[in-house]
Design a protein around this ligand. Structure first.
Ligand SMILES: NC(=O)c1ccc[n+]([C@@H]2O[C@H](COP(=O)([O-])OP(=O)(O)OC[C@H]3O[C@@H](n4cnc5c(N)ncnc54)[C@H](O)[C@@H]3O)[C@@H](O)[C@H]2O)c1
Ligand SMILES: [Zn+2]
Length: 383
């Protein structure tokens, strides 16, 4: 096969105040389930969407207790409650945790299969309820991807259920929803978006479509992440980060992430380290490991961010790797595994779990052997 696909949400709204568009989208619908979590509702972020839905004459069932980084069992419990409501619209206001469960609901309003079936056969599901995503982190890019990530506790792993039917129908990118985003969450989710973009740009599955969005995301992150983090009132920087995260999601849909995410998953699955933090831990070491196999690509990233005609390809690639190191430090993400209770004797468990994530390791430009994974984890654990 030698063709590429770009599957993305049908309608995307962007700009400060864009959350009001939810009323326009909801016109003609009868009942919406509005998904969110306690952190978001406590910050008063639901007032505007709720007002707009009411104005559009739509009945709303509010689910404001969605879990953070959900397990498959927690997702199943929400899906059961959702089905009992019989809605004809889904509205998700939240980070990746909320959006991922909302996306599962969009294909699980049925007796035919459950979320447990989708772990084995993700392609079985068909969308029956349209979904609107309003991300409040920038971010996972879940608003653009066909993925939903759930923790499977008995495997101690986070598993991605991937089905293009789960791609959202509508996306609204409004920085006002990020006005009270805690800086720690801003940092971790921003580096997650960075990991998506650089992994997709160097993925074996990269396409001209994913390249365009991945490079666009990298440039926006280069110009805005530090400001979005250190100036919480800077909504212009946050709006650009929302765009970057969305672009990162589009590039995931086209190309897929690689070994950074593969080796980070056990850190989330077994030690419950937040998704963005675990990716920040693996980001620079895996990209340095990959460098000999993607020097040209990294040099192109340098050309796109800050053209430096005096440097050769090797030096340009190093410049990008140094930037990755620097940005993780600038936004103060803790990257010492010991701080999170991971002990040197856990090394072999991490290797086994990390090597299990074949779906993403197969996308990596350099083959990752068990010995390579052991060295990458050991560098984090034993230094
Ligand atoms: N589907 C995908 O393509 C995809 C991609 C990457 C990650 N993920 C998944 O997404 C989840 C992580 O999502 P996340 O990093 O966006 O964080 P999150 O959704 O887990 O939110 C983290 C915390 O921040 C709070 N929060 C979020 N937005 C806020 C705001 N604007 N103001 C105040 N508080 C706010 C939440 O209440 C929560 O306590 C993980 O489960 C991860 O595996 C999915
Ligand atoms: Zn991610």
């Amino acid at each position: 096969m030698n063709y590429h696909a770009l599957k993305m949400p049908a309608q995307v709204y962007g700009g400060q105040g864009a959350a009001a568009a939810v009323g326009e989208i909801a016109q003609g619908h009868k009942k919406a389930v509005l998904f969110t979590d306690r952190g978001i509702s406590a910050n008063g972020l639901l007032q505007k969407p709720l007002k707009q839905l009411k104005r559009a004459g739509v009945e709303v069932a509010l689910f404001d207790d969605l879990p953070t980084e959900p397990s498959v069992y927690q997702a199943d419990e929400v899906i059961r409650r959702f089905r009992a409501e019989r809605p004809d619209l889904i509205v998700a206001v939240g980070g990746g945790s909320v959006m991922d469960v909302a996306k599962l609901c969009s294909v699980l309003d049925t007796d035919e299969y459950t979320v447990f079936d989708l772990l084995e056969s993700p392609g079985a599901a068909r969308k029956t309820v349209p979904a609107v995503m309003l991300p409040t982190t920038a971010g996972t890019g879940s608003e653009a991807t066909p993925n939903s990530i759930v923790l499977v506790p008995e495997k101690e792993l986070k598993i991605g259920i991937v089905n293009p039917q789960m791609i959202a129908d509508y996306v609204i990118l409004d920085a006002e929803l990020l006005s009270k985003l805690p800086p720690k969450v801003c940092a971790a989710t921003g580096v997650d978006a960075l990991a998506h973009a650089i992994e997709c740009y160097t993925s074996n599955k990269a396409t001209p479509f994913s390249d365009l969005y991945a490079l666009g995301a990298l440039k926006l992150i280069y110009e805005n992440l530090e400001n979005a983090y250190s100036q919480p009132e800077n909504l212009a920087a946050k709006q650009n980060m929302l765009l970057a995260a969305f672009y990162g999601g589009v590039s995931i849909a086209a190309a897929g992430t690689t070994a950074v995410h593969a080796l980070a998953y056990p850190l989330g699955g077994k030690y419950h380290i937040a998704h963005g933090v675990s990716n920040a831990m693996m980001l620079t070491s895996v990209m340095r490991f990959n460098k000999p196999y993607c020097t040209d690509r990294l040099a192109k990233v340098c050309d796109a961010l800050v053209p430096q005609p005096g440097l050769d390809k090797n030096a340009k690639a190093d410049w990008v790797l140094d930037w990755l190191d620097r940005i993780v430090q600038q936004v103060h993400i803790p990257t010492d595994l010991k701080e999170f209770g991971v002990r040197p004797e856990d090394l072999e468990t991490l290797v086994t779990l990390g090597m299990d994530c074949k779906r993403l390791l197969n996308n990596n430009c350099r083959v990752v052997t068990e010995a390579d994974a052991r060295k990458l984890y050991a560098d984090l654990l034993l230094n």
